[in-house]
Design a protein around this ligand. Structure first.
Ligand code: RP5
Length: 165
């Protein structure tokens, strides 16, 4: 759920146009009962804001940052340079290279400054939320229970899927 005061996860997007995809991340965090906040900050257009968000996140109680950007997607890497929190990078689909540019510019970090990078677009947005739960579950038994139940529900959905015709 959206919680600006006590977020455990912070979603940062390079542009408001990324929200169309990242709402799937937020919805998944909602379903998993994880408090999140969201912000728009660009590595290129508003570098000072991106830096400030990364530097202040840990003090706000944030445990995981999810960073989404498209094209020359340097946002996740810039955030990673400014915090010790884990950064989960979600490359946005679109532009001339349909997201391959975002994927490569998010994933190809220099040694020592990792960005955990997900699939391009919606699957990556959802998986970043699930991965955030996995990180939180390492130190919280209730979260572990939520994770196991989520996976079990997903398994049952696939096993019980039927064709309509
Ligand atoms: C990136 O450029 C953003 O993350 C977005 O994916 C893309 C397009 O941004 P807009 O031109 O729509 O603001 O920085």
């Amino acid at each position: 759920m959206l919680n600006e005061k006590n977020p455990e996860v912070l979603i940062i997007m390079g542009s408001k146009s990324d929200w169309e995809t990242m709402q799937h991340c937020a919805k998944t965090l909602d379903n998993l009962g994880i408090a999140y906040d969201r912000a728009i900050a660009s590595a290129h257009r508003t570098p000072a804001k991106a830096e400030e968000l990364a530097r202040t996140a840990e003090g706000r109680g944030v445990k995981v940052i999810i960073a989404a950007a498209g094209g020359a997607a340097h946002l996740a890497g810039v955030l990673a340079s400014q915090t010790h929190l884990p950064i989960l990078g979600v490359p946005m689909k679109g532009w001339a290279l349909d997201g391959l540019d975002s994927l490569l510019s998010t994933v190809q970090m220099p040694r020592g400054v990792p960005v955990m990078t997900f699939a391009i677009g919606k699957a990556g947005a959802v998986n970043a939320a699930v991965a955030a739960l996995q990180i939180l579950a390492l130190s919280n038994a209730d979260r572990r229970k939520t994770l196991i139940e989520f996976r079990e529900r997903q398994t049952q959905e696939v096993l019980s899927a039927k064709f309509e015709d």
